[in-house]
Design a protein around this ligand. Structure first.
Ligand code: RIB
Length: 302
């Protein structure tokens, strides 16, 4: 296996709205879509569609959503040995996409909140054969910390996408990861620093390097991506596109970056590919439904 994603899965309930209702108000929305989502699952699917061998370690509920989630992993060629059934509801994410293509998301973690360090131990033999562990913050923080320690102990690179923003995240417990990939608001929350301008973002990212991180990769939406590491400070521009729905674009970026960095070991090249892949995803509706296959992506950048 190339990649172990230890993280979340959700059922995305996506409403395309004209505006959010006020307290006590009912408004009609023009469209709705049901999809497979969750930051962990999205990143796993993007990497798998590009050709990585991916193992998913996650918990689904014992409801009607669970079978569909497992079947979706299987359709995408993802190993589901450690997709664990749990006496809980599946994670769900009501999502609201406004006419400007921007999204607001509520997550209910459900079974994801029950993914424990013991689940990592149960999958230890298989995870230890992977080249990269990919993590996000829709599972308990203790499990995230344990997975990072596991990666360090076994000499496996670890990517932590600190999303959604978690004020309780202890930088001292995550600084050993190989790649740390906040967006600008997560960076601001974690550092307590402003991120309005690119120099602001640079300053904030450099404080994470000073705190012991190796590669800080800040995703900046339309402003591109900033990579800082020892001796590296590189701003890569975004690929300009007409956005239709930005939901899951960050996950498309992480999944694609994970695929290419495992395949090539070339961080700059992987960031450039991830920029293009994420940009393509915002031109289509939905989360995983907007992720290109390897063949589709090859056509885009050939
Ligand atoms: O990043 C987008 C994802 O966030 C959605 O798929 C939703 O499930 C939430 O986890």
């Amino acid at each position: 296996m190339d990649i172990a994603v230890i993280g979340s899965n959700m059922v995305d309930l996506i409403s395309y709205i004209n505006r959010m209702p006020r307290d006590g108000e009912t408004v009609e929305a023009p469209d709705f879509a049901l999809g497979c989502g969750g930051k962990g699952a999205n990143q796993a699917v993007a990497a798998a569609r590009l050709g990585s061998a991916v193992r998913m370690v996650t918990r689904v509920g014992n409801d009607l959503f669970a079978d569909n989630t497992v079947a979706n992993f299987e359709r995408n060629g993802i190993d589901t040995t450690y997709v664990l059934r749990t006496a809980a509801t599946s994670g769900v994410a009501p999502i609201f996409v406004n006419p400007d293509s921007q999204n607001s998301i509520i997550i209910v973690q459900g079974a994801n909140s029950l993914l424990t360090p013991a689940d990592i131990d149960a999958a230890a033999t298989e995870i230890s054969k992977c080249k990269l562990i990919v993590l996000q913050l829709e599972i308990p923080l203790e499990t995230v910390y344990y997975a990072i320690d596991f990666g360090v102990k076994h000499g496996i690179d670890v990517l932590l996408n600190p999303a959604p923003a978690q004020p309780d995240l202890l930088l001292s417990r995550v600084r050993a990861c190989t790649y740390f990939t906040p967006n600008e608001s997560e960076l601001s929350l974690l550092t307590g620093m402003p991120v309005e301008t690119i120099p602001d973002v640079r300053n904030a990212a450099h404080t994470l390097l000073e705190a012991g991180m190796r590669n800080v990769i800040v995703t900046l939406g339309g402003r591109g991506v900033l990579w800082v590491a020892e001796g590296v400070d590189m701003l890569l521009p975004a690929t300009p596109v007409e956005a239709v729905d930005t939901t899951g674009a960050g996950d498309a970026f992480i999944g694609c970056f994970s695929h290419y960095v495992v395949a090539t070991g070339d961080i700059e090249y992987s960031l450039r590919m991830a920029n293009r892949y994420a940009a393509d995803s915002v031109t289509k509706r939905g989360t995983q439904t907007s992720y290109a296959s390897k063949e589709e992506f090859a056509l885009l950048h050939s």
